[in-house]
Design a protein around this ligand. Structure first.
Ligand code: ADP
Ligand code: ZN
Length: 723
């Protein structure tokens, strides 16, 4: 008899260790195999893992693996990646595996589409319902069977009886191929000297066939995308797969077009808006190797590539790469890890690199490619700070005279104007003039934002919505509610009164009609179907608006008000990005920053175009205070249904901290959002020198601390965004 054999299977649950199963006779399992196993009363998908099986469980108590899927196994690099991410973020490994097994139906054989076509004649006169079905098929083209009855507006029995009588016939329609292979030599651009050198460096890094990180640090419009496409082309030539991460799916359309122009075929897409069926196909295509290039959101990093040879992180500084729930990770940092494990190059691209990446480059850990000027005749915009203390807007308005004048000139010259304000809605605060009541979210420690168009007050953190009342709910005064400060809707209102004939587009992430509508609006802007665009940070990122000649930043100081030490970096990046939208296709362009603090180093750096001054200053400030990347940071967020419980546990946790040595523990203090979705939150902040193993410290602390009970939840955030 064969000796009893066992395997470890990691399950996509909040557990760290794999479970041990029996290997049925005739099934030879190896690490990476995707299997189905019994768990309690149900069956679940998991992956055979590298850990040795648990020998302490009696063999007769073990249940057998039920099934192995006919899917390429998860290779060693992705298994190591799962283990690494889990270890680094202090998350159970099963939770990270869950991000890999995101499309479980992809494991089943691909379903064929059953289609219907007309073949026979009707034995008698058609009823109205039958006729509607036949009309749809009149041109001879087949229809998918599942959608036919609905499209004709009849019950499915009408279709069934037509099939039974031989009037219609069913047949199976093979799925169309997902993508053809992109051609690395389809349309190679002609580079200028700087670009040429950059492209050669990137090609060489791919040819090395080893891990490296290259930071492309180039001003907006310098051709960073064209240049990193060369790394992609070289990767495809070598027969390996490539992944490009983008921070915002609203950007993908423009990107898909550019990719197609360069490589002759579309890449596969991966993001949350993908239809389930498409998700399955992409997942399967990536695993089988059919898909050669993927463009995706941060979660694409966890796709089971068969032979990944390059990851590009575009707009690498963007905070959208940080996932804040579930597994808390930064996709830019994890991309570097994936490259390290897989032994391939990683490319980071930005006009405003994160301080972390810039320091890594300065210290020689990353290569740095600098592109200092825009491609061809395009020039960077002339930037002016508008001192609102000197030239304030009229009362009740938000656009100051110099900006309004520039708008008039630009529109007269048929140029496009972008007004940028990073605030959705009409007004960030509504208060009662009679009693001073302010409308606050019942679930969060934030003010409700008026959305006048919808007639609602909305919480931007939990989504709580209430109608905007006519009277004050506290003092019952009539007509006493006033909107304080502007959001994009209010700026749109001012634009409408000042420029009644201009074609306006308001763009924010809560746009009615979602991503589809958003893409249409971006298309309209590119085609010149708008004169004035009013938008939030959604319009600041990466877009190519060829006709844009003027950018007005309504409130350049907005981001600087936060006490967060990262506020300067964020604001610098946002302002450089948004002003960099102007003048990308050549011609004179301008940007105006409305500010009360033109002397602030961030505003001054943007206005003078002196990026290096900003980086030097900011890096020095971080170094002096031991902040990232010169030191390590971690946050622990304790949340609970009520404030006392949350504070009580956070305090107990603090007391249970090991003798800290080099790790400094601060807090508990109220978290940046003290109440979120009805949960009260406190934060402990840990700071340590770079050489300290923060994870080991946290692990020993959290395992020895009193376990959280009841509504208490503890979340570890390694490398928090705000500190
Ligand atoms: P960035 O990513 O640095 O903002 P892009 O790659 O988007 O810059 O390039 C800006 C514009 O210049 C795009 O319209 C791009 O197609 C064009 N461009 C850049 N380099 C070249 C080149 N070598 N040949 C042709 N067009 C180029
Ligand atoms: Zn809320």
């Amino acid at each position: 008899m064969e000796p009893a054999r066992t395997v470890s299977v990691l399950l996509p649950l909040a557990v760290d260790g794999p479970y041990t199963y029996r290997q049925p006779a005739g099934l030879d399992l190896a690490p990476g195999d995707i299997v189905r196993v019994p768990l309690g009363p149900r069956e679940i998908i998991g992956a055979v893992w590298d850990d040795p099986p648990d020998a302490s469980v009696g063999h007769n108590r073990l249940r057998p693996v039920s099934h192995r899927y006919d899917s390429p196994p998860l290779d060693e690099t992705i298994r190591k990646f799962v283990d690494w991410v889990a270890h680094y973020t202090l998350t159970p490994r099963g939770m990270v595996l869950r991000m890999v097994l995101r499309a479980p139906d992809a494991l089943e054989p691909e379903r064929e589409t059953i289609a219907v076509r007309r073949t026979g004649v009707l034995p008698d006169r058609a009823t109205a319902a039958r006729q509607r079905v036949l009309d749809l098929l009149a041109d001879g083209a087949p229809w998918p069977k599942s959608g036919l009855a609905a499209a004709a507006g009849v019950s499915s029995s009408v279709v069934t009886s037509l099939i039974e009588q031989g009037v219609l016939e069913t047949f199976s329609l093979p799925p169309p191929p997902l993508t053809a292979a992109p051609d690395p030599d389809y349309a190679r651009p002609v580079f200028d000297d700087g670009q040429d050198e950059a492209a050669a460096t990137l090609r060489a890094s791919v040819d090395e066939g080893a891990f490296s990180v290259t930071l492309i640090d180039g001003v907006t419009g310098s051709g960073k995308t064209e240049v990193y496409f060369e790394a992609l082309a070289e990767t495809l030539r070598k027969g390996r797969q490539a992944l490009v991460l983008l921070p915002e799916i609203a950007l993908t359309n423009d990107f898909l077009e550019r990719f197609t122009r360069r490589f002759g075929e579309r890449p596969a897409e991966w993001h949350s808006e993908l239809a389930p069926r498409m998700r399955e196909r992409v997942w399967r295509g990536v695993a089988s190797g059919e898909v050669r290039a993927v463009i995706g959101a941060r979660s694409a990093l966890f796709l089971p590539f068969r032979e990944l040879g390059l990851v590009v992180v575009d707009e690498e500084h963007d905070t959208a790469y940080k996932q804040d729930e579930g597994v808390i990770y930064n996709a830019r940092d994890m991309a570097v890890v994936r490259g390290h494990i897989g032994g391939f190059p990683v490319v980071l691209s930005s006009a405003t690199p994160s301080i972390e990446s810039r320091v890594n480059a300065d210290q020689g850990r990353y290569r740095r490619i600098v592109l200092t000027s825009r491609y061809a005749a395009a020039k960077l915009p002339d930037i002016h700070a508008v001192d609102l203390r000197v030239t304030p807007p009229e009362k009740g308005h938000f656009l100051a005279p110099p900006l309004v004048a520039a708008m008039e000139e630009t529109i007269a010259a048929k140029g496009q104007v972008l007004l940028f304000l990073n605030r959705r809605g009409y007004a960030p605060l509504t208060l009662c003039r009679a009693c001073g009541h302010r409308f606050q979210c019942p679930n969060c420690s934030t003010w409700l934002v008026e959305h006048r168009f919808r007639g609602q007050l909305v919480c931007h953190h939990c989504g709580h919505t209430e109608p905007r009342p006519d009277r004050c709910p506290v003092c019952d005064a009539e007509d006493s509610l006033v909107a304080c400060g502007p959001g994009v809707e209010r700026i749109a209102e001012e634009v409408e009164t000042r420029f009644p004939d201009a074609r306006r587009i308001v763009l924010s992430s809560d746009i009615l009609g979602g991503v589809k509508r958003m893409r249409l609006e971006f298309e309209a802007i590119r085609k010149g179907e708008a004169d004035i665009i009013i938008g939030t940070q959604l319009v600041a990122k990466g877009h190519n608006f060829p006709l844009l000649a003027l950018v007005g930043v309504v409130d350049a100081d907005l981001g600087l008000a936060h006490g967060d030490p990262r506020a300067a970096e964020r604001t610098f990046q946002l302002l450089a990005q948004v002003t960099g939208r102007a003048g990308r296709a050549g011609g004179e362009s301008r940007a105006f920053l409305q500010t009360y603090a033109p002397e602030h180093p961030v505003i001054a750096a943007i206005a003078s175009g002196d990026r290096e001054a900003f980086y030097a200053r900011e890096i020095e400030a971080r170094r002096v205070s031991g902040l990232p990347p010169f030191g390590r940071l971690a946050g622990i967020i304790v949340s609970a249904a009520d404030r006392a419980t949350a504070f009580g546990y956070a305090t107990a946790l603090r007391r249970a901290a090991p003798e800290t040595g080099p790790v400094m523990v601060l807090g508990p203090s109220e978290a940046p959002l003290a109440v979120l979705r009805g949960r009260h939150r406190f934060r402990l902040l840990l700071q340590a020198p770079r050489n300290v193993d923060m994870q080991a410290f946290l692990r020993s602390w959290l395992t020895s601390a009193p376990p959280p009970r009841g509504s208490i939840k503890v979340q570890v955030d390694i490398d928090p965004q705000s500190f």
